[in-house]
Design a protein around this ligand. Structure first.
Ligand code: AMP
Ligand code: GLY
Length: 426
């Protein structure tokens, strides 16, 4: 079968790498991709949804897989479905679960799915009055709409909260995304991610994982797209996974079907494990990045088959199997990230990291004169698998130590929260 992946980050490189291992897959294409993906896929330099549809039709692609949320919120899945072409990813209506925080929160409220208490405002005065009446801080303020993971502010005081609301509603900070704001209760706890395969009716969770959203060690500094991940996450015990499945995953998939917009594709539940049990921080309508780079190397099934099962409504638990191992993914970022990023620095040591037994997934690189150079904020993902989390961490950082460029930055504590859980359990 011929498979096409849309996107150009580390997540897409991991998807392509895993898909290329499916016994049924003969050809792997990526639009637009990045140079580092040419080890597993043919790069197709086209732009725009019309061109993607034309390419898939002309090349008789059997399965198209969406990486980023943007093509989904634009309705590309609907265009493929109209033409009878298999597409892994939700419809425009179902993608609102990520595209609109207000929509997602209302759906959770209606179906009793645990999440932080919230209110939505499009009127600045009402939002400010609400904040003035509130006496518990911190409080969380979110721009309603896609803001690339950066539309969330945890305000420590009333003053900061009011300034944030003004900024968002007046559109200074989050262009296009800030027509309304969600103000919600701050949830205390540890975060975890559950990515799930969904076929509209059935939901099969993948192995649990944990992202590291802040730029600096010990969760300091501003939020980023994600600085690393590991899987499975010890905070997600077997009991907790079951609770999440019963209280969150199955109910949301059933709710979306009942409401007339069944979810097909990868549903990503961002969770907070609180003292009151698991609560939803957010849903995303696509694979997480960097979680995917840690989760997929542990997947032991035929990914293309499972994705087609999701498209055709024939997903089964048995097809989703996992290696008994742990994975750690360390993101290497360029200077200035996340506020900006540098570019053009020559990267050395990628092959050496692979020789140390690591996988290297490219995110922001480009090949110039036969060498990879920096071309984005998140540049590379160095991933290691091992029997234990401690071994996987050591192996990943051994790989990291072999790579360098001017201004390279990364976190040194990826997987430490997981290791702490394992230590305290002993
Ligand atoms: P989101 O874009 O909704 O995933 O939010 C980004 C990050 O902000 C999350 O990963 C959390 O770290 C944090 N966050 C969002 N909402 C809350 C909340 N209600 N309580 C605590 N932290 C939150
Ligand atoms: N890892 C966060 C995200 O993919 O949105």
């Amino acid at each position: 079968m011929k498979v096409l992946v849309i996107g150009s980050g580390g997540r897409e490189h991991a998807l392509l790498w895993k898909l290329s291992q499916s016994p049924s897959v003969t050809d792997v294409y990526v639009v637009p991709g990045n140079d580092g993906m040419s080890d597993v896929a043919s790069l197709i330099p086209i732009k725009g949804n019309e061109d993607i549809i034309d390419f898939a039709r002309l090349m008789q692609v059997d399965l198209t897989v969406a990486g980023p949320e943007t093509v989904l919120t634009e309705g590309l899945a609907d265009e493929f479905e109209k033409r009878g072409m298999a597409f892994f990813g939700p419809s425009k209506a179902a993608a609102r679960i990520e595209g609109s925080k207000g929509f997602a929160k209302a759906l959770m409220k209606k179906y009793g799915i645990p999440t932080a208490a919230y209110e939505t405002f499009d009127d600045e005065e009402k939002a400010i009055a609400y904040l003035k009446a509130n006496d518990t801080y911190p409080i969380v303020i979110k721009a309603d709409g896609l803001a690339s993971g950066k539309g969330v502010i945890i305000a420590q005081s009333e003053e900061e909260a009011i300034d944030t609301v003004k900024d968002m509603l007046e559109g200074h900070t989050f262009s296009g995304a800030g027509r309304s704001v969600v103000i919600e209760e701050f949830m205390e706890g540890e975060e975890a991610s559950m990515l799930c395969f969904c076929d509209g009716t059935n939901v099969v969770p993948m192995i649990s994982s944990q992202d590291h959203k802040r730029i600096f060690d010990f969760d300091k500094g501003p939020n980023t797209g994600g600085m690393g991940a590991y899987a499975p996450a010890p905070v997600m015990t077997k009991k907790m996974c079951e609770e999440v499945n019963v209280r969150i995953l199955r109910p949301i998939v059933a709710a979306m079907k009942k409401e007339g917009y069944p979810f097909k594709g990868c549903l990503y539940a961002g969770l907070m494990i609180t003292s009151e049990g698991p609560k939803v921080v957010e849903f995303n309508c696509r694979f997480g990045d960097p979680e995917t780079e840690a989760v997929l190397p542990l997947f032991d099934g035929d990914l293309a088959r499972v994705m087609l099962d999701c498209v055709h409504g024939t997903l089964s638990d048995e097809a989703v199997v996992w290696k008994k191992a742990c994975a750690v993914d360390v993101v290497l970022a360029s200077e200035g990230y996340p506020a900006s990023h540098s570019s053009g620095e020559v990267i050395s040591g990628i092959e050496d990291a692979k020789k140390a037994g690591c996988l290297v997934f490219h995110a922001g690189t480009v090949k110039k004169n036969g060498q990879y150079v920096v071309n984005g904020g998140r540049v590379l993902n160095v991933v290691a698998l091992a029997d234990t989390l401690a071994e996987a961490k050591a192996k990943a950082y051994e790989g990291v130590s072999r790579i360098s460029w001017r201004g390279m930055q990364y976190r040194h504590d990826i997987a430490d929260k997981g290791l702490l859980h394992l230590e305290t359990k002993k």
